[in-house]
Design a binder for this molecule. Structure first.
Ligand code: ADP
Ligand code: AMP
Length: 295
């Protein structure tokens, strides 16, 4: 939806004035050399004749379709080689997942900003042969990619601690998953920092693949704040500053935490406290992973 509107807006904005005629088809006028009726409007018998012909055609069509099912919108799968933007477009009509849970294993790794998701994923990926995909990293990469249509938009959302529209994020994730599968034959994914909003969760599970588990890192705000401010000393990130951090905390509480609660109702969530030092947190994470996954 977002992309379509965005693209149309861009197309209209960049179109030269003359091309507006092509963009908005104008109904062709038909001229006749017959003499018009005296006052220029058709006579009443002529109008009645046209109306009864129209009704007869409609009646015949309805009769001929009696007992037939209504036409359905076709389901489309995203093209295997499609670029992110093309996948995003295809997803607008996709209702079947791109992958099955037999082919692909997805673990969503969630928690507040600075809880330590990335730190723990770095370890997990080595020990359990997972690919670590951070939604935030993918968005930052896209933001910095030369020629990206979404660069400016992503920059704004990240600085403001807002949730980037899901079409962009899901398309980037799906493309990264495809690349890992095709190039490295890897089919297990830790998806870090995603989903952050209910619509993302629903769309991803419907259009890409349902998740197997949700790993939730619980951490008090004060601890996260200290970690983020420390990280901000050399991260170079536009959002590791006190104003952006406050906004990110608010978004996490109001928008992202309800996603974890929803997954809890499905019994998919494993919660680990992230307050202790990295190694100790990891020991607890390993207990969870040892039960769920082979090394
Ligand atoms: P997230 O991915 O959740 O935003 P990071 O993994 O980047 O968080 O961690 C945020 C900061 O906190 C990093 O600088 C990291 O080194 C540090 N950190 C992560 N886990 C711990 C921990 N258990 N104890 C202390 N510092 C940690
Ligand atoms: P992170 O690197 O996880 O701390 O994310 C940094 C920022 O990237 C967030 O504050 C959002 O602006 C954006 N972002 C990260 N993940 C998502 C997501 N799943 N959906 C939308 N925006 C995201």
């Amino acid at each position: 939806m977002f992309r379509t509107v965005f693209q149309r807006a861009a197309a209209v904005k960049s179109a030269p004035r003359s091309s507006f005629k092509q963009a908005i088809p104008i109904t062709r006028r038909h001229f006749t050399s017959d003499k018009p009726s005296s006052n220029g409007t058709p006579s009443i018998p002529a109008m009645l004749a046209v109306a009864s012909m129209g009704f007869a055609a409609y009646y015949t069509l309805v009769k001929s379709r009696e007992g037939q099912a209504l036409p359905r919108r076709q389901q489309q799968k995203p093209d295997q080689q499609a670029k992110p933007t093309e996948i995003a477009q295809a997803q607008e009509t996709t209702t079947i997942p791109a992958f099955t849970t037999d082919q692909v294993t997805v673990v969503f790794v969630l928690g507040g900003p600075g809880a330590g998701k990335g730190t723990q994923c770095d370890r997990l990926k080595k020990d359990y042969d997972f690919v670590h995909l951070s939604a935030g990293d993918l968005l930052r990469e896209e933001q910095n990619r030369e020629g990206s249509k979404y660069g400016e938009l992503i920059k704004h959302y990240i600085k403001e601690g807002l949730i980037v529209p899901m079409e962009v994020t899901i398309a980037l994730l799906e493309q990264a998953m495809r690349e890992s599968m095709e190039k490295d034959h890897k089919y297990r994914f830790l998806i870090d920092g995603f989903p952050r909003k209910m619509d993302q969760a629903l769309k991803f599970e419907e259009a890409v693949v349902p998740s197997k588990m949700v790993l939730y890192f619980e951490c008090p705000e004060q601890v996260m704040l200290e970690r983020l401010l420390k990280r901000g000393e050399n991260s170079g990130r536009s959002d590791d500053n006190i104003e952006s951090i406050k906004k990110r905390f608010r978004v996490f509480k109001e928008t992202s935490f309800p996603v974890i609660e929803a997954f809890e109702k499905e019994n998919k969530v494993k919660t680990v406290s992230c307050v202790k030092p990295v190694d100790e947190v990891y020991q607890e994470v390993r207990v969870v992973f040892d039960k769920m996954f082979e090394k």
